[in-house]
Design a protein around this ligand. Structure first.
Ligand code: GTP
Length: 598
């Protein structure tokens, strides 16, 4: 009976279409969180999470809804991460559901991530309930959006709920549709335990907290559980649900979505996507789709103060406990000293990690420009995997270099198609298709090297389309490209941490631009500093940082003491993010400057 009245679903949406606001409304409406506690309670648990240093995220909520038919239903609302870096996790979260509420902004219509999420939901064979949100907006055009949903996605939208999460319109209709249209979970209570891990977080008291969906069977404290892909066993310490605070339960049974703790020390031991079963009564096979997450982007991280290398190692080890996708290994740079080469799922992931290292561990870091992973085919018929441009072998032994490509879907209003194509072409994209979604919107499809996307592609796209373009991409594999390593020499010395990989067609222009850029951001010294960009022994561009003239500040700021002090203070603050390389001081920006040039 309990199983028959369960409904497990996610809310999926393009960024800012109102997913979180709708989730909040649903919590209020079902009295999971009392109106007056709404704000308070959420903030409380956030503080707690902060103190304990676990993820600040509402993962799943169990809530009870009394439907119009008089019956009580148990809903599990499963949150999904919003960013394309974390698509894999979205897909795992959806695998824990039978249905998805698809939120589309009534003014914006369908965007790239709307489609990407719909495809993921379809892959998982979910029932999709379209909701047209923000109908309170003056610019709302629900009928146009309804038509888009039918024409572009091919879903029947005749019963799509018109809602405003902001003013609380249509929420009950959504809940009723969840009851009527989303199927109850199937699965067998008497079969051996099969539970999908779709998310995990690290808690310093309880170890790893696994978010699970029970597909078959039952799990309770004291059971010896086994992870089917890693073959590790643990004794279950606690099971429960989030509502939204954790509530202990005696067991979790088929259809339930909740948490399991078992004194697991690192998230690597129990990865997202793995299947839990019982050691003494194992399921014959694991659930499909277990995949180790592999980093797509690498960069070097170095402490500004070299004596803090050990602190950085400890910080990374701590972060690794709750971030299964983070990878790192020690490396040395002639220029920067001892540090780590770190791998990330994407640039957002990289930013988050850097920010956490600096804020939570009080470290000042120099990070080098992000690089993708290259496959280098050598003349001796072997292949080298290179994630640090400085490790690229000499041109003489290289047969060819392959780089990762992605298929990019870019959605824009008609007027910007030309602009988008120009940018994509300029980023070495191969045009694939132009799909008209309706009278006014187009999906432009390109195959583009991942390295170009990693650079400033999205920023460019946004700024040249007044923010209208939305982007989604997926890896499609490796292709041979005409690439080479560009070295930067300061004062005649090769600074390994500034090396980057460049396409032959752009080498001259990029070399020139980067030399100019470095000239403007590296502070002057008492002596002249020549800057050169070179491929192999061939110098492509050169420039010089002029020597300081004497007493510039004295003349400019001599009269105004406070102003001068301010300047000195500012310089001091800026100093923190500088690295002395030989006789030259290089600021953090210099390492990122390769990202900001054409
Ligand atoms: P991310 O968390 O960034 O993925 O966005 P989201 O999809 O969760 O959107 P969120 O709920 O944060 O809403 C984005 C913005 O839209 C917020 O400023 C909301 O206040 C606003 N918003 C959400 N629903 C409505 C609505 O029904 N009407 C109006 N006018 N604004 C809304």
């Amino acid at each position: 009976q309990r199983q028959k009245n369960m409904r497990n679903f996610s809310i999926i949406a393009h960024i800012d279409h109102g997913k979180s606001t709708l989730a909040d409304r649903i919590l209020q409406m079902t009295r999971t969180v009392a109106d007056r506690d709404m704000q308070e309670q959420l903030l409380d648990s956030m503080d707690l999470e902060r103190e304990r240093g676990i993820t600040i995220k509402l993962n799943t909520v169990e809530l009870n809804y009394i439907a119009k038919n008089g019956e009580t239903y148990t809903f599990h609302l499963i949150d999904t991460p919003g960013h394309v870096d974390f698509t894999y996790e979205v897909s795992r979260s959806l695998a824990a559901c039978e249905g998805a509420v698809l939120v589309v902004d009534a003014a914006q219509g369908i965007e790239a991530q709307t489609l990407a999420n719909v495809y993921l939901a379809l892959d998982n064979e979910l029932e999709i309930l379209p909701v047209i949100n923000k109908i309170d907006l003056p610019a709302a055009d629900p009928e146009r959006v309804r038509k888009e949903i039918e024409d572009i996605i091919g879903l029947d939208a005749s019963e799509a709920v018109l809602a405003s999460a902001k003013i609380g319109l249509g929420i009950e209709d959504i809940l009723e549709q969840i009851v009527e249209k989303i199927p109850a979970p199937d699965g067998d209570l008497d079969a051996p335990l099969k539970a999908l891990i779709f998310d995990s977080a690290y808690d310093s008291y309880r170890g790893v907290v696994l978010n699970v969906r029970i597909m078959d069977g039952i799990i309770k404290p004291g059971d010896t559980m086994k992870l089917m892909n890693t073959n590790k066993t643990f004794e279950v310490a606690e099971v429960g649900v989030f509502s939204p605070k954790p509530i202990k339960r005696d067991f979790l049974m088929v259809g339930d979505v909740g948490y399991v703790t078992a004194n697991i020390k690192t998230v690597q031991d129990a990865r997202v996507g793995d299947t839990i079963t019982l050691a003494n009564n194992p399921a014959p096979e694991s659930l499909p789709g277990y995949r180790k997450m592999n980093p797509m982007v690498y960069c070097g991280m170095y402490p500004v103060d070299s004596s803090r290398f050990t602190d950085l190692r400890e910080a990374l080890e701590k972060l690794e406990l709750n971030d299964a996708a983070l990878q790192f290994e020690a490396e040395t740079s002639q220029a920067l000293g001892f540090g780590f080469r770190c791998g990330f799922l994407g640039l957002l992931h990289m930013d988050v990690v850097q920010e956490r290292l600096e804020r939570e561990f009080n470290l000042d870091l120099i990070t080098t420009a992000p690089s993708v992973i290259y496959h280098v085919n050598l003349t001796n018929q072997t292949q080298l995997v290179v994630s640090n441009p400085a490790d690229m072998p000499e041109p003489g032994v290289i047969e060819s270099i392959e780089e990762p490509y992605v298929k990019a879907n870019i959605m824009v209003p008609n007027d910007y198609v030309g602009t988008v194509m120009e940018i994509s072409q300029h980023k070495r994209g191969n045009f694939i298709a132009l799909d008209y979604l309706d009278n006014n919107r187009v999906n432009v499809v390109y195959e583009i090297p991942l390295s170009e996307i990693v650079y400033d592609f999205f920023d460019k796209l946004k700024s040249s389309t007044k923010g209208y373009a939305s982007l989604d991409y997926e890896m499609i594999g490796y292709r041979v490209s005409r690439l080479a390593k560009m070295d930067i020499l300061l004062n005649g010395e090769n600074v390994d941490a500034l090396s980057f990989i460049v396409h032959n067609d752009f080498s001259y222009n990029r070399g020139k631009a980067i030399v100019e850029k470095l000239r403007s951001i590296i502070p002057r010294q008492q002596f002249e500093i020549p800057i050169q960009a070179a491929i192999g022994s061939k110098i492509l561009s050169r420039s010089t940082i002029k020597a300081l003239r004497k007493d510039v500040t004295a003349k400019l700021y001599g009269g105004d003491v406070t102003r001068r002090q301010k300047l000195l203070k500012k310089q001091k603050a800026g100093k923190k993010r500088m690295k002395q390389v030989g006789s030259v001081e290089i600021p953090q920006e210099a390492f990122m400057s390769v990202l900001k040039i054409d």
